[in-house]
Design a binder for this molecule. Structure first.
Ligand code: SF4
Ligand code: SF4
Ligand code: SF4
Length: 300
């Protein structure tokens, strides 16, 4: 892709945007809500004491009206080796990882939305359907969502799931930190309440970090010296302790910089003057095409 074609695209995109904006000017209230309160809450997952009982999975399903199925199925530990991801049937799952340094050990690990401090899903959502609340929860507003699934592409942890099997009003599904019925009312998340091992601790994020550092200091032989989520993608509300390297637990190396959507400034500028999604897709698709071109040129 040459520089000329890129210029031509941007020129066309500019005319298209200006033209449509001129036809239907409308101030939209779609600016992203992202409150990073000093007192935001979080959950510390101490995977060294998790026993893989999956009580948290059951509690989460019950809390969110998802089918729980037979309780006997939760005794089947072979499922833990399947490295499942949260989906529309389970907003959180437990996986079991072998310890590369000790074949007799393994780590059971709970996976769900990380409730990022600077959530890429919030940045990417063109209609402000995602928001970070003051208590730390990143939640999704069904009434605003237009089903573009930009959030799914943007999330560095591949969390939001889409109800592809529902023709009518499919939802984006992910852990909501039990916001509506629990944490916004000062109650514990369902999974935290259900955990028999105290492997999940709910509290103010800064206090959880102090606790996590203290645990590592007190028992350095038991912990890998890293709190996943303290700095990753600018910090997350869910924080993890482990006795093995997080890379061996499939935690992605996402860096410490927040990951806003690459197209964020354009998206929110466009929504100041409502532009129909079809036109917007064209513009955003073009920008992704340009980005790919840049990458190809760099690689050459
Ligand atoms: S993990 Fe993904 S879905 Fe959850 S807050 Fe972060 S970017 Fe959003
Ligand atoms: S905080 Fe609530 S929604 Fe999230 S995993 Fe726990 S029970 Fe499920
Ligand atoms: S309920 Fe607690 S101990 Fe059981 S699997 Fe979940 S986090 Fe681990």
């Amino acid at each position: 892709m040459n520089t000329q074609s890129r210029r031509e695209f941007l020129k066309t995109a500019g005319l298209l945007g200006a033209g449509i904006a001129g036809i239907k000017p409308k101030e939209a209230a779609a600016s992203p809500v992202n409150i990073v309160s000093d007192d935001r809450m979080g959950v510390l997952v101490d995977s060294t004491v998790c026993i893989g009982c999956r009580q948290c999975e059951i509690a989460c399903k019950e809390e969110h009206g998802l089918p729980v199925g037979s309780l006997d199925d939760y005794m089947d530990r072979t499922l833990l080796a399947e490295m499942r991801r949260p989906d529309t049937t389970a907003l959180t799952v437990i996986n079991e990882y072998p310890n590369p340094k000790n074949p007799d050990q393994h780590t059971d690990l709970k996976v769900q939305c990380m409730h990022c401090d600077h959530p890429a899903c919030v940045s990417a959502c063109i209609v402000g359907a995602f928001s970070k609340q003051e208590n730390g929860a990143v939640i999704w507003d069904e009434s605003r969502c237009i089903g573009c699934r930009y959030c799914m592409v943007a999330c560095p942890f591949q969390v939001p799931a889409f109800e592809f099997d529902k023709a009518l009003e499919p939802k984006i599904m992910k852990c909501d930190l039990c916001y509506d019925n629990r944490t916004s009312k000062g109650k514990l998340p369902a999974c935290v309440e259900a955990c028999p091992q105290n492997a999940l601790i709910f509290g103010k994020r800064y206090e959880l970090l102090q606790l996590a550092h203290q645990k590592i200091q007190d028992r350095p032989q038991s912990y890998f010296d890293h709190i996943y989520g303290e700095h990753e993608v600018g910090g997350t509300s869910w924080l993890y302790l482990s006795n093995q390297d997080f890379a061996s637990l499939d935690f992605p190396d996402v860096g410490t910089e927040p990951m806003p959507g690459a197209t964020e400034p354009l998206q929110h500028a466009l929504f100041k003057f409502f532009i129909p999604p079809v036109a917007l897709y064209g513009l955003l698709g073009g920008i992704m095409w340009l980005g790919k071109g840049n990458k190809a040129e760099e690689e050459e």
